[in-house]
Write a protein that binds this ligand. Structure first.
Ligand code: CAO
Length: 262
């Protein structure tokens, strides 16, 4: 599950978790109780709120061969500039470009459910597994950032997350979220909305799988599945499917991003 952490104060330095550490031997105590506090308490609240919203699910395969090749080519260049380049910056940019065509996915529903609020900025949240728990800082104004600038910001947020130094500003104002569960493992997922956002995507792990080419031959392809959840009060299946098709175009032919990137 996801939650939008909006703590009033910056996240404190990592605390020693009171949680039970996995061991191969069971404690002699029959049960033990651990308080649900801090970030975990925020998660309880935001996830409870999300259950009030009907979620619509949609999954698609995205062929990653060309993006893998491009990333492999650019990774050393980014490294020479002191930046680690994963797939995420490309996927975040591609998402923003697709959002330009389907802006309703970057909107939110007003609290009284009488209006849709379109956001003319793409603050894309990235779910992070941090020592404090699951946090979702966002990259501000992705629509006007280059892929390199997105990578720089993602590196900064990742380092801050590990150091327990993400700020309220890093974590507030998100308009859309991506969760790369594939870094840990797994293919399909059923992500929970981070209200008031109306769409979230969970990225599965990239796998080499057999698929048919247009001549009917079996070929190996690098495939990633993205599972989307949308707020079905205001987002219909066709909108997510159309958005996904545009995104698929950018991911599967990443050079086409050059046309539309500012
Ligand atoms: N499939 C296969 N490989 C992947 C991958 C995927 N989906 N995503 C990333 N990788 C690769 C990266 O390219 C990188 O490879 P190299 O070492 O060759 O460069 C390596 O895995 C490690 O990537 P990373 O984790 O450092 O960086 P990232 O930008 O891909 O992801 C972040 C950043 C913050 C999203 C990730 O570290 C993380 O925390 N993921 C967990 C998110 C999570 O908990 N989601 C669940 C939310 S719901 O409860």
């Amino acid at each position: 599950p996801l939650h939008q952490a909006k703590p009033a104060a910056p996240v404190a330095a990592p605390t020693t978790p009171a949680a039970v550490t996995p061991t191969l031997t069971l404690s002699s105590e029959r049960e033990s109780r651990v308080p649900i506090s801090g970030i975990k308490k925020v998660m309880v609240k935001s996830m409870n709120a999300a259950t009030a919203v009907p979620h619509f699910g949609f999954s698609e395969e995205y062929i990653m061969d060309k993006l893998t090749e491009l990333r492999n080519q650019m990774k050393p260049m980014a490294e020479a500039r002191g930046i680690k380049l994963s797939y995420m910056p490309f996927l975040i940019k591609a998402t923003s470009l697709a959002l330009l065509k389907y802006p309703v996915l970057n909107s939110s529903v007003s609290p009284d459910e009488s209006q849709l609020i379109y956001k003319n900025y793409h603050n894309i949240g990235v779910a992070m597994d941090t020592p404090q728990g699951l946090l979702v800082p966002n990259i501000k104004n992705v629509e006007s950032k280059s892929i390199f600038e997105i990578a720089q910001e993602l590196n900064r947020l990742q380092k801050s997350g590990i150091a327990g130094q993400l700020t309220p500003s890093d974590m507030s104002g998100g308009t859309f979220s991506l969760s790369n569960i594939g870094t840990i493992g797994g293919t399909y997922c059923s992500p929970v909305l981070l209200l008031p956002e109306v769409c979230i995507g969970a990225l599965g792990k990239i796998q080499k799988l057999p698929r048919f080419d247009k001549h009917g031959n079996v070929i190996p392809q690098s495939i990633m599945i993205i599972s989307w959840s949308g707020d079905h009060r205001v987002i219909d299946g066709a909108t997510i499917a159309n958005f996904s098709n545009v995104l698929k175009g950018y991911i599967e032919n990443p050079n086409t991003m050059l046309f539309d990137t500012r």
